[in-house]
Write a protein that binds this ligand. Structure first.
Ligand code: FAD
Length: 388
């Protein structure tokens, strides 16, 4: 199905088998603030490595998997089938970094991240700057061969697990004052502190704290790219990550439809399996149809990347697949809760967990409204025939 090659199918099967082994731990994680027992976590981190599922997005020369975009999507789709972010053990280092990394950055951070010995977090969003990243107020002030970083960042995902943060700030002085730059900050570092760790709708071991960076000094070798080089590499990251959000939403929807269909076949009410009632069957049919449509566009986009499709078109299509797949998965989760009835409202039920967890897919990596803005902008410039 979907024209996958034998290699693609092998990769898909490896990732699927891995996630199938993690699924039985979901309820335990849900009841334990998202945490798995340390021995289980260690076992599966090692297993993900053995199976060649780490750093699938990194070039082979750097020790990564060198997977095609479609193969990366196939892996992330499986990652999306598990709740509580258990599949995040299959980590993907910053996609954009190899192109701009200095030799020092490569040795110090990127290669250990590819090996799975280090991991990153992104400190970009602020209280007053989310959708509009241009309006961040964090600053980087040059002093000799160092920068002094200041700013308070929100929702710093995986800060509690990370070895370093990628901190975005505006240059405070010099020829490129006011322009954005990214810096690597080791964790922990003097001047970096957690302000608070808010609770979120989902139950993940990866937290999203508010983190203050106060007078943090880093050598200029920690700056990513040149001053004034712009942040064009971050567009690469958006394309990648938006497509991967969409891929994980496919996996979540598939799991929900599978589980809800099995339940609807088994559950007998008024003498009949509920799947026979058209109001129930219709919810499953709509969900399967929407999943099919979403999968077709996500796979098409990935194939487009592999075939070298125009980058601006890719940018618009990344927004389209993220928008459609995240909204599709939200509808599927809502229907799945309904099919399960009262059971669907219990935290031990997969539909209840996904109902909460999938909500953020419409918010992070650019909200649905921002995706629509991007799509409309590209549509106005290029016309529908290029985009769709
Ligand atoms: C769980 C979680 C994890 C996250 N992880 C990270 C992370 O690791 N690192 C990081 O830097 N950030 C992270 N974020 C931040 C995330 O990317 C932002 O929340 C998101 O981009 C939206 O920004 P905002 O919350 O400030 O909303 P706002 O920008 O304040 O938007 C509020 C509302 O206004 C709408 N809106 C804004 N502008 C427009 C417009 N031009 N047209 C139409 N509607 C508009 C939005 O769509 C939204 O509905 C995370 C967020 C969450 C919830």
């Amino acid at each position: 199905m979907h024209g996958l090659s034998p290699d693609d199918l092998d990769i898909q099967q490896r990732a699927r088998g891995f996630i199938d082994e993690l699924i039985p731990y979901e309820v335990e994680a849900e009841m334990n603030d998202g945490e798995l027992p340390a021995d289980v976590k260690e076992k599966y981190e090692a297993r993900a490595r053995e199976l060649g599922l780490l750093a699938t997005n990194m070039p082979k020369e750097l020790g990564g998997g060198g997977f095609t975009a479609l193969q990366q999507v196939l892996v992330q789709e499986q990652v999306g089938r598990a709740t509580n972010a258990l599949g995040w053990m299959i980590s993907t280092p910053p996609q954009w970094w190899p192109e701009v990394a200095t030799e020092y950055q490569l040795e110090r951070w990127l290669l250990p991240t590819v090996r799975g010995d280090m991991s990153e977090c992104y400190a970009i969003t602020e209280e007053g700057a989310g959708s509009d990243v241009e309006s961040i107020s964090a600053t980087a002030r040059r002093e000799g061969d160092e920068y002094v970083l200041d700013g308070v960042k929100w929702h710093v995902t995986s800060y509690n697990e990370a070895s370093y943060a990628l901190f975005e700030a505006k240059l405070a002085s010099g020829e490129h004052a006011g322009e954005h730059a990214m810096f690597v900050v080791d964790l922990p570092s003097p001047g970096v502190r957690v302000v608070r760790t808010p609770a979120y709708s989902h139950t993940f071991a990866h937290h999203h704290p508010v983190v203050a960076f106060e007078g943090v000094r880093v050598p200029s070798s920690h700056r990513v790219g040149d001053e004034g080089g712009g942040m064009s590499y971050s567009y690469e990251w958006f394309r990648f990550e938006r497509m991967m959000v969409a891929a994980r939403c496919l996996g979540a929807a598939e799991r929900l439809i599978e589980e809800a269909t099995a339940f609807a076949n088994d559950r007998v009410v008024y003498g009949q399996p509920i799947v026979n009632y058209q109001h129930v069957g219709g919810m499953l049919a709509d969900s399967a149809t929407e999943l099919y449509a979403a999968r077709a566009i996500v796979y098409d986009m990935a194939r487009g990347i592999d075939e070298g499709r125009d980058r601006k078109v890719q940018h618009a299509q990344a927004s389209m697949v993220k928008l459609y797949a995240s909204e599709m998965a939200g509808r599927v989760a809502d229907r799945a809760v309904q099919v399960f009835g009262g059971r669907g409202y219990m935290r031990e039920n997969v539909a209840e967990r996904f109902f909460r967890e999938l909500r953020v897919e419409r918010i992070w990596e650019g909200t649905s409204e921002i995706q629509r803005e991007i799509i409309a902008g590209q549509l106005a410039k290029r016309g529908v025939r290029q985009l769709a």
